[in-house]
Design a binder for this molecule. Structure first.
Ligand SMILES: *Cc1c(COP(=O)(O)O)cnc(C)c1O
Length: 463
């Protein structure tokens, strides 16, 4: 950093980044001709880039910075923990106060039937762990044939081999020979994109019964579990029709399979409840968590286990699984401080009854914009489907994705981070966003939609 002018050498940073840094989920050649945006600092809902621009972080980093950026209490808790005990493992009959405290805290905020947690460093690792846990669970139960895990097309469960296999992203499966054996994908409850002539309620029932049909086709004696996000995040903030979860619950209660609610995005207040499972009244056997667990300040994830799962696994002797950083004391300290702040400041309650409804009302009103085919939002996670000929849901922009990218780039220029998934715009702002900041946020979204519409109209792509 140039200390005299307080300005960063953007061009030099970009060049070094292009030469030596390989980005996740990126077309590296394309990025390197354009140059990456350099983010240098952040506070609350605001990011600052190397040219001094202030940008509203409409994605809470990557769906994770629930308590906002620049939190002093977390920085102090982490510093104090590093001085006290910077690292020790939890393998060989050892433990330490931060991992004990965090485990206890989690059992307080999770549903009553969940009282045990296994720690890892990410959502992907949590789901890798879960694949081994559920298959081992059925082995211990004397049903070793129950190995297949049912998941959904366009679900996202991480980027490791097992995580990407559970996920239903075609592009990911095409690279590296995925999915691994024993994963079966069914339809997602994406009414706007795939509902055809059915009403949302009819389609929700149909999509839920795909699970039942898959269990019958595979054989109940072969199926170990069903994994799903309460609301799909990376797949495009897919909010299922109201009929979907009650029907899935009925099926799971009638069939002998485990239910895994992937809470990596929905957990820690995103829907105005501590977990997405609380919002939909689900009773999962396992819940992978990460992201909002530490609000992204340090990498930490976990697998929350229902009592009957931990009790069964206990009968199997040693579970040959663990990570060097399972229960890392400093990451635990960050998560403890984060949860304490979410609780003491009533942030989850505020999302449920104050700032959440305020944002939803304004966001849903964007559904009236001529470019928006559907606006949806629960808690503080939402999407806008951009459409060339609303209300016709069958008409799409071609090729899919270009308009989303155009809109995302315009949004950046307007000082707002929105993410594009296909041609929908996705938001998931820090949960601490104020009413005033929400007004500013919606103004930037509106300006972005207007500018995108005017470019598309000029190019003859509307109607
Ligand atoms: C991000 C995400 C993951 C993967 O978490 P990482 O920490 O990136 O490994 C898993 N499941 C869901 C629902 C996610 O959104």
């Amino acid at each position: 950093m140039n200390v005299l002018s307080n300005v960063y050498p953007t061009a030099a940073l970009r060049e070094a980044d292009a030469r030596h840094h390989w980005h996740p989920f990126t077309d590296t050649a394309a990025l390197n001709t354009e140059g990456a945006r350099v983010i240098v600092s952040a506070d609350g809902v605001w990011l600052t880039d190397s040219d001094g621009n202030r940008i509203l972080d409409g994605m809470a980093g990557l769906w994770c910075t629930n308590i906002g950026h620049g939190c002093e209490e977390i920085a102090e808790a982490v510093y104090a923990q590093m001085k006290e005990l910077g690292y020790y493992n939890t393998f060989f009959k050892t433990t330490h106060p931060p991992v004990i405290k965090l485990s206890e805290l989690l059992s307080e905020i999770t549903p009553p039937h969940i009282n045990r947690v296994f720690f890892c460093s990410s959502g992907s690792e949590a789901n890798d762990t879960i694949v081994r846990m559920v298959r081992t669970y059925w082995q211990i139960k004397g049903k070793p044939e129950k190995q297949t895990i049912i998941a959904r097309h366009n679900g996202y469960h991480g980027s490791t081999v097992a995580g990407a296999s559970l996920g239903g992203m075609g592009g990911m499966h095409a690279q590296g020979g995925l999915p691994i054996p024993g994963i079966h994908h069914i339809a997602q409850p994406y009414w706007y994109g795939e509902g055809g002539d059915l009403s949302p309620e009819e389609f929700g029932l149909w999509a839920a019964r795909e699970l039942e049909r898959a269990i019958d086709a595979l054989g109940e004696d072969k199926v170990a579990a069903f994994i799903a996000e309460p609301i799909q995040g990376a797949g495009g903030v897919i909010v299922p029709p109201d009929s979907y979860w009650p029907e899935v619950k009925r099926i799971c209660s009638e069939r002998e399979i485990l239910f895994i609610a992937d809470e990596v995005i929905c957990g820690f207040g995103r829907l105005g409840t501590w977990f997405g499972s609380d919002y939909y009244g689900l009773k999962p056997d396992l819940m992978p968590i990460a992201k909002g667990l530490s609000s992204g300040y340090l990498p930490i994830g976990g697998v929350l286990m229902a009592d009957h799962v931990s009790e069964t696994l206990e009968q199997g002797g040693e579970f040959f699984h663990g990570y060097t950083y399972s229960g890392h004391p400093v990451c635990c300290a960050a998560a403890i401080a984060n949860i304490n702040i979410l609780r003491s400041e009533g942030i989850v309650e505020r999302v449920a009854s104050d700032t959440g409804p305020y944002l939803q009302q304004k966001w849903l009103a964007l559904g009236e914009h001529p470019l928006v085919g559907e606006a949806r939002m629960v808690g503080m996670v939402g999407a806008l489907e951009l459409a060339p000929a609303k209300p016709d849901r069958t008409k799409r922009f071609e090729p899919v994705g270009d308009v989303g990218t155009l809109c995302r780039d315009i949004s950046f220029k307007n000082g707002l981070v929105m993410r594009a998934v296909r041609d929908s715009m996705i938001v998931s702002p820090p949960l601490v966003i104020t009413r005033e900041e929400i007004d500013d946020f919606i103004e930037r979204v509106t300006k972005t939609l207007d500018a995108t519409l005017s470019e598309l109209t000029k190019a003859g792509l509307m109607g």
